[in-house]
Ligand binder design. Sequence first.
Ligand code: CA2
Length: 145
Amino acid sequence: MKPILVLNGPNLNLLGTREPGIYGHETLADVEALCAATATAAGHTVRCNQSNREYELIDWIHAARADAAAIVINPGAFTHTSVALLDALSAFEGPVIEVHISNIHKREPFRHHSYVSGRADAVIAGAGVQGYAFAVMRAVRLLGA
Ligand code: CA2
C-alpha cells in the first residue's frame, strides 16, 4: 500500500513555539510522530511534508497522484485563499482529509470559509493536534483497511 501523505502548510513549522493558547504546545515533529504512530497501528505508513510555499504543496499533491494512497492536509492560511490547492486536490483520486488544529468556525469570519473543503472527504477542526490522528484514522477507513 502506498503511504498516506500528510501535508502541513504555511507557518505550521512554528507549532509549539508561539500561540499555545490556539495551537497547543506540541511541535510539528510531535504531530508527524503522532501521524506515523497512528498509521503504523493500522498497518499503514505516512510521508510528512511541510512548506510555506503554495507551489511546493501543489507539486507534492501532483506527485501524490502516483505515489500516495490518501492525503491528510492542514493547508494553514491557504485554506482560505487558494483555489490552486483546491484544483490540485481535485486532480487526486484518493481520500482527502482536511484538518485544522483550531475550530476555524469559532474564530475570525475570514477563517470560516475553506476552498479545500470543496474537495475534502472529511473536515476535522478544533480537536487540537489530536485531529491529525482522527484524520489518519479516517483516511485508513476510507482506504478500506
Ligand atoms: O487551525 C489550524 O490548523 C489553521 O489551519 C492554522 C493556520 C490558520 O491560518 C488557519 O486559519 C487555521 C495558521 C497556522 C499558523 O501556525 C502557527 C503555529 C504556531 C505559531 C504561529 C503560527
